[in-house]
Design a binder for this molecule. Structure first.
Ligand code: NAD
Ligand code: GLY
Length: 368
């Protein structure tokens, strides 16, 4: 791809005519030239939440050319607001503004805003353009890339949605300077996930650089984001709609989604639930004889070093887990499918875990 001035790294999600760039750098929000090449027409709606609006909304809007019709919409903050009602607010705002099929939505925020705005764009007048401007580490390495959009349902996480690719992803790592440490750790869960599923060398690099990552040292964090996005872009290019390999991106998520839904959305952060879920998947992989005790210990140690939980929540029974896990989108017919580790750096999807063994793991797994 052509180099863009000031952008440290440019990657591409190669999906034919739906291909798009991931631009990673500093000082990108507020640069007049960063968003305009990806706008479909003159009508633009920037959607964010009440935490991010005071930090970045004005800067982003000021960077858009004066001759555009720019509207903004500020939603409440929180996973508990990742609902169809909030998406309906976006549709209503678009209709009230008289926005047509050539409008562009800009998602300014973390994964909650990105997923909802993407879904709003997927369905508005049967599909309009949108751009992701992710502002959390989690959204910069995962949710803004790959076109999974949607909302939660009271009965299950991300159960309503669509595949709808953005026109561009603009990752400004400066936005991480205002991100709370707990949210940064949640993002590190997804970064670690890429090491576990695809790249043992990256995992070792993360172990060596965890302190610098947690301090948000710009060069190190930019490298982690780029390596994560590269792995995700490769997988999405291979399997856009999750017919096969893309399911590996769900390591830890079957356990994790069950935890999030059971605890009440927003109580455990998505990344925290994924951290615990990956620890559970590593433990099950060891109990099945697939990875050694040393590799299981190494897995838990790297998760803990990112300040993420490796325990399950107190008060969540095995039956609570199983009831939620049966609703997982990876399942085929009545068969539960889990992403497990064959080795560190290599994952697979298995529907052959003996139910008794899963039940024993869930019964005996440490709670806190
Ligand atoms: P989030 O969007 O709730 O953001 C976390 C918190 O950080 C929020 O309070 C937000 O307002 C705040 N925040 C965001 N940017 C900030 C900044 N720069 N400075 C200060 N505060 C900031 O959570 P998240 O972790 O970004 O995303 C989690 C969501 O992403 C979940 O709903 C999950 O299901 C989804 N997800 C989707 C995909 C996908 O492929 N679509 C992948 C992974 C996760
Ligand atoms: N985060 C899972 C996926 O994008 O497929």
């Amino acid at each position: 791809m052509t180099a863009v001035d000031g952008v440290q790294r440019t990657l591409e999600v190669a999906l034919g005519e739906r291909s798009y760039p991931i631009l990673i750098g500093t000082g990108l929000v507020g640069r007049p030239d960063m968003l305009t090449p990806y706008l479909a027409g003159q009508q633009v709606m920037v959607v964010t939440n009440e935490t991010i609006a005071p930090l970045y909304l004005e800067r982003l809007c000021d960077s858009l050319p004066d001759d555009l019709e720019v509207r903004t919409l500020v939603l409440p903050d929180g996973e508990q607001y990742k609902t169809i009602e909030q998406v309906e607010r976006i549709w209503s705002a678009l209709l009230e503004a008289g926005f047509n099929r050539r409008c562009t939505l800009i998602a300014l925020g973390g994964g909650v805003i990105g997923d909802m705005v993407g879904y709003a764009a997927a369905a508005y007048q049967r599909g309009v353009a949108f751009i992701q401007v992710p502002t959390t580490l989690l959204s910069q390495v995962d949710s803004s890339v790959g076109g999974k959009t949607g909302v939660n349902h009271p009965l299950g996480k991300n159960m309503i949605g669509a595949f709808w690719q953005p026109k561009a992803v603009l990752v400004d790592i400066d936005t991480l300077t205002t991100l709370p440490a707990r949210e940064l750790s949640a993002g590190l869960a997804e970064v670690i996930k890429y090491g576990f599923i695809r790249d043992e060398t990256f995992l070792a690099w993360l172990e060596a650089n965890m302190t610098a990552l947690r301090r948000v040292e710009p060069e190190v964090i930019a490298e982690a984001i780029a390596r994560s996005c590269l792995i995700k872009a490769d997988i999405v290019t291979e399997d856009e709609t999750e017919q096969g390999v893309r399911a590996l991106l769900n390591l830890g998520h079957t356990f994790g989604h069950a935890i999030e839904a059971h605890q009440g959305y927003g109580n455990w952060l998505h990344g925290e639930a994924v951290g615990a879920g990956m620890a559970m998947a590593a433990t099950l992989s060891h109990e099945l004889g697939w990875i050694s005790a040393a590799d299981r210990e190494r897995s838990l140690a790297v998760i803990k070093s990112a300040d993420l939980p490796v325990h399950a929540p107190a008060g969540m029974s095995s039956d609570d887990f199983l009831a939620r896990m049966r609703l997982d989108k990876k399942n085929i017919d009545t068969r539960l499918r889990l992403v497990l580790l064959e080795a560190l750096g290599s994952a697979c999807v298995s529907d052959a875990v003996p139910p008794d063994q899963l039940k024993t793991l869930l019964d005996q797994y440490p709670r806190r």
